[in-house]
Ligand binder design. Structure first.
Ligand SMILES: [Zn+2]
Length: 310
């Protein structure tokens, strides 16, 4: 237990303009085999192919905002799923304006999707829950950007209680599920074994927070406090702090300050301006403030490691 899969693959780590070796933003979150896509910049389909992801296992797409580098790959993906014969529904979560954009494109190409596309309009309100299923809960972050922009916090579902090995002999097979759910064990002879004698606490649910695009937003701290992995955009270095402010993006230092103040497990930087040919300077700047920092690379996978075992 505690070894359930929870990982993030950064499919694209670039910002608005194309850069060699970097695609625009998209991430694939894998929670125990269920796939959730966050943002869907141009080329996302190719990136999904190159990391060997099965399109059909993507049940949800979350779009943060309507700048092109975060969603212009979406129609291609929707259309490919149709061509591949998808029948299971696809949930698209995004700003309300995204719905008529999708509808217009489908209508104009006379495409009648073979699968249900369920659209969920998002308003950026920090802490609001957007989706819950048997693997995760997804809640929202209100980011600071030129357009309404939403970040996401993925929290894995708590697992059942763990049976103590040395007590297994006491628990009849047919009662094990109920004990895992927290019930006391009452035997036919009337003996009662309190649940706490038979089980131990499951591991704390891990959390992953996604913050892109945004200016420095300290009001997020309460909502991302203690997350195991924080992805934060770092479009610029401090030398371009003014440019960051104008365009409502963050510097690597600001991302690191937020990670530090929110006491997160690890920080992953991304959304790099095409002016940076490599990420050394961005990494050095952030690491000076928050040491557990890495820079995301296109196509790499980052496990969400419990903060308590780092
Ligand atoms: Zn943007």
């Amino acid at each position: 237990m505690g070894h359930r899969r929870f990982e993030v693959t950064t499919l694209g780590t670039g910002a608005a303009l194309p850069a060699r070796g970097r695609y625009p933003t998209s991430q694939l979150v894998n929670v125990n085999g269920s796939l959730y896509l966050i943002d869907c910049g141009e080329g996302t389909q190719q990136r999904l192919r190159s990391v060997g992801a099965n399109f059909m296992r993507i049940g949800h797409v979350f779009i943060s905002h309507l700048h092109g580098d975060h969603y212009l790959g979406l129609m291609g993906l929707i259309s490919s799923m149709h061509l591949m014969g998808r029948t299971i529904e696809l949930h698209v979560h995004g700003p309300a304006d995204l719905k008529p954009i999708i509808d217009l494109q489908l209508r104009s190409s006379q495409t009648y999707l073979r699968y249900p596309l369920e659209f969920h309009a998002l308003e950026p309100v920090s802490g609001r829950s957007a989706w819950t299923d048997d693997r995760v809960e997804v809640s929202l972050l209100a980011l600071r950007h030129r357009l309404p922009c939403t970040g996401f916090v993925f929290t894995e579902k708590r697992t059942q209680r763990l049976l103590r090995k040395e007590k297994l002999y006491l628990i009849p097979q047919f009662m094990r599920d109920r004990v895992k759910h927290g019930e006391d064990l009452e035997l036919p002879d009337g003996t009662v074994h309190p649940n706490r004698d038979l089980t131990t606490d499951p591991p704390e649910p891990r959390r992953y927070a996604y913050c892109s695009d945004t200016a420095y937003a300290p009001e997020l701290i309460d909502h991302i406090r203690g997350v195991d992995l924080l992805y934060h955009e770092a479009t610029f270095t401090e030398r371009l702090a003014r440019r960051a402010k104008e365009t409502m993006h963050s510097t690597a230092s600001q991302a690191a300050m937020l990670a530090h103040d929110a006491d997160v497990g690890q920080l992953l930087l991304g959304h790099f301006s095409s002016r940076y040919k490599n990420t050394d300077e961005l990494l050095a700047e952030a690491s000076a403030i928050f040491s557990r920092t890495s820079v995301s690379e296109d196509g790499h996978t980052y496990p969400v490691i419990a903060r308590s075992i780092l």
